[in-house]
Design a protein around this ligand. Structure first.
Ligand code: FAD
Length: 453
């Protein structure tokens, strides 16, 4: 008889944990237990990518209706029924959560609806007091929003609450400049809310290509979002008719809702990791090697809790690679290079590879870029502009980075990422015949560099 109750115990039923559990059990034949303290599916399904994208869709209809009018349709925009949308959203998330549970049970995974903590290198303890011994433990506990400790911080909400608001605010302040803050600023703006965004840095979307994020910021402002860079909140105060944000620029403005999206912290607190020998980084993230193994050989960690690249597909790939390596005898490392991503602002931004700034630091480059009014909205008399950019190595001719700001940029960058991952050169792009009339044909028709650096 084995001294272990499980071959693998997974803590956390999010993107990374669910994938690892399923593969280890269904394909690796391992006996797997998984503990989830909240709802199955984790951040992505319950309070992240999925409900957010549905809100992005909801917020895009006013523009679509105004375009439709320009195209000759006799339509008018009525009001937005937030409770109706929210109810449908909640039903959809229930359906998805059930699907995740079903996938796991079909794969033979035993689900424990409970918080779990580590006791030692092979033992976990559930909130109920039940204790299990496992040959391997995978920590996939994700992260949570972080709100700075300012006076009145409890008056603010985070992305977690945005999907359950009782009513839509009339005036909202979004604090933060990352992708989550910027996306929610656009969502609220699209839904008819008056939106201010405060960010203490010089430009929103830090880390992305400067030109691309400048393009997004300008478009957001033209769409009516009041972006205040170099501005932070000093304190929040409850007033009779709302919440007053007293800011570092000397202003005091009243809002109905204040949302903080100023970063996320890994869920490692109180997990029992101290004293086990698992090393943590400065933010509390679990340090792992390229196999997602911690300093304790039986304990592995994947996803946001490791703070490598905090995106769903990355957590999934890390979880899958772990299961392949440990339970299928197929040593697999996930390669964190050239991970494409999208920011679902309006307009959307898609990026893969190096920004112009990062590439310039690395080697001599050429930059190919274009900005133009796309056919669809130009016809409707709108001034929206699309931006496309390729960052190319002067020496190898390889495309080092691609940045697109356009409707459906996320869809475009996924495909460009395949070519770039394969090592496509600028000349490979040039040899590719255009698809006409599309926006993305510009990616294969930019002939002259706009600059060399
Ligand atoms: P999670 O999905 O966070 O899962 C961790 C799970 O562990 C949670 O369910 C939690 O309840 C559980 N848990 C924690 N501690 C314990 C414990 N002690 N015991 C039991 N259970 C525990 N990524 C994209 O790729 N594209 C996007 O468009 C995108 N949009 C996002 C929008 C928002 C608003 C947010 C917040 C995130 C978004 N992300 C997006 C990021 C994405 O959601 C995460 O990268 C992904 O969910 C990470 O998966 P994970 O498995 O590491 O953790």
């Amino acid at each position: 008889m084995s001294v272990f109750d499980y071959d693998l115990f997974v803590i956390g039923g999010g993107s990374g944990g669910v994938r690892a559990a399923r593969i280890a059990s269904a394909e690796g034949g391992a006996k797997v237990g998984l503990a989830e303290e909240s709802r199955m599916g984790g951040t992505c399904v319950i309070r992240g990518c999925v409900p957010k994208k549905l809100m992005v869709f909801a917020s895009a209809f006013p523009d679509a209706i105004s375009n439709a009018r320009a195209y000759g349709w006799d339509v008018t925009l009525g009001g937005f029924d937030w409770p109706r949308f929210r109810t449908t959203l909640e039903t959809d998330l229930d359906r998805l959560e059930a699907a995740y549970r079903n996938t796991l049970t079909t794969a033979g995974v035993t689900i424990h609806d409970s918080r779990a903590v580590l006791v030692d290198a092979h033992t976990v303890k559930l909130a109920s007091g039940e204790v299990f011994r496992a040959k391997h433990i995978l920590v996939a506990t994700g992260g949570r929003p972080f709100v700075p400790d300012i006076p009145g911080a409890d008056l603010a909400v985070t992305s977690n609450e945005m999907f359950h608001l009782p009513v839509l605010p009339k005036r909202a302040l979004v604090v933060g400049g990352g992708y989550i803050a910027s996306e929610f600023a656009c969502i609220l703006n699209g839904l008819g809310v008056e939106v201010c965004q405060y960010y203490r840095g010089a430009q929103i979307l830090r880390g992305f290509d400067d030109e691309a994020r400048g393009h997004v910021a300008t478009a957001m402002q033209m769409n009516g979002i009041m972006i205040h860079c170099g501005t932070d909140v000093m304190r929040l105060e409850k007033s009779e008719s709302g919440i007053v944000a007293v800011a570092t620029d000397g202003s005091s403005r009243e809002f109905d809702l204040v949302m903080y999206a100023t970063g996320r912290h890994p869920n490692t607190e109180g997990l029992g990791l101290q004293g086990l020998g698992v090393e943590l980084g400065r933010q509390g993230q679990i340090k792992v090697d390229e196999w997602s193994q911690t300093a304790v050989p039986s304990i592995f960690a994947v996803g946001d809790v490791t703070g490598r690249i905090n995106l769903t597909p990355v957590a999934i790939r890390e979880g899958h690679a772990f299961a392949d390596t440990v339970f299928l005898g197929r040593p697999t490392k996930f390669d964190h290079e050239l991970v494409a991503s999208a920011v679902f602002t309006q307009p959307e931004m898609g990026s893969v590879g190096l920004s112009e700034e990062a590439a310039r630091e690395q080697e001599p480059i050429e930059v190919y870029a274009t900005a133009f009014r796309p056919m669809k909205t130009a016809f409707a008399g709108r001034s929206d502009r699309v931006m496309m950019k390729l960052v190319v190595s002067q020496e190898s001719r390889k495309v080092l980075g691609c940045h697109i700001v356009a409707p459906e940029a996320g869809e475009m960058i996924q495909l460009a990422a395949i070519a770039i991952r394969m090592g496509a050169t600028k000349e490979d792009f040039d040899r590719t015949c255009a698809v006409h009339p599309t926006m993305s044909e510009e990616l294969v028709t930019m002939r002259k560099p706009v600059r060399k650096a």
